[in-house]
Design a protein around this ligand. Structure first.
Ligand code: AMP
Length: 218
């Protein structure tokens, strides 16, 4: 059983790699952003509340986010580990997590800014199963239709140039300091660098798995 956090700027590939690592490591993925988008789609009362934050690229208040995290963790079968994608994003959230679960390692994705901008503006997601595509290098076989389930693809409402800028700013200011925080706590890191737009996700996934094996975590 292994508990991991995947860190990286918006568009660094967290969701893409986490979904592929899920089966290889037999873990659950908890992606708070996905959970918020699902609530927004369903137009639940909480969904209406978080929409204003998500669509501006701002962080949803900690009280809501922590509750969502706790509910997701409670659903994980006993003995199974997890990858957190998009949580924690602030020191406060990391402190709250400390009280709930032990983290075995951090996966840190290092991706240059220009790749992030290219990726985010051409990212498309399946409305039905959440699979992630990219019109530049991870294209669906048929235009705007999911290869896996036939669902329709859509563009996230926060993948617009103005909101992307804000999300990167929020990441640098509020989330990046967490790397230092976990380093100081002695949590081991696995770093994966992506320097080309066309690098296939599988290459990065193998690099991550190699790093986890070195730590005896895979
Ligand atoms: P993501 O899919 O991880 O890029 O998240 C999309 C948006 O959901 C973010 O820009 C935030 O508005 C919100 N969000 C996701 N996770 C968190 C979190 N841990 N804390 C606060 N807001 C979050």
């Amino acid at each position: 059983m292994v508990n991991l956090i995947i860190f990286g700027a918006p568009g660094s590939g967290k969701g893409t790699y986490a979904s592929r690592l899920k089966d290889r490591l037999n873990v659950e993925v908890i992606a708070t952003g996905d959970i918020f988008r699902e609530m927004m789609k369903e137009e639940t009362p909480l969904g209406r509340k978080v929409k204003g934050y998500v669509e501006k690229g701002l962080l949803v208040p900690d009280a809501i986010t922590l509750e969502v995290l706790k509910q997701s963790l409670a659903k994980i079968p006993r003995g199974k580990g997890f990858i957190l994608d998009g949580y924690p994003r602030t020191i406060e959230q990391a402190e709250a997590l400390n009280g709930i679960a032990k983290i075995d390692a951090i996966i840190h994705l290092i991706v240059p800014d220009w790749i992030i901008i290219e990726r985010l503006s051409s990212r498309r997601i399946c409305k039905n199963c959440g699979a992630i595509y990219n019109l530049l290098y991870l294209k669906p076989k048929n235009d705007m239709v999911c290869d896996k389930c036939g669902g329709q693809l859509y563009q996230r409402s926060d993948d617009t140039p103005e909101v992307i800028k804000k999300r990167i700013e929020v990441y640098e200011k509020q989330t990046q300091p967490l790397l230092q925080y976990y380093m100081a706590k002695g949590v081991p890191f696995v770093e994966a660098k992506c320097e080309k737009l066309e690098t296939p996700p599988e290459t990065i996934v193998e690099e991550i798995l190699k790093g986890l094996k070195r730590l005896n975590l895979a």
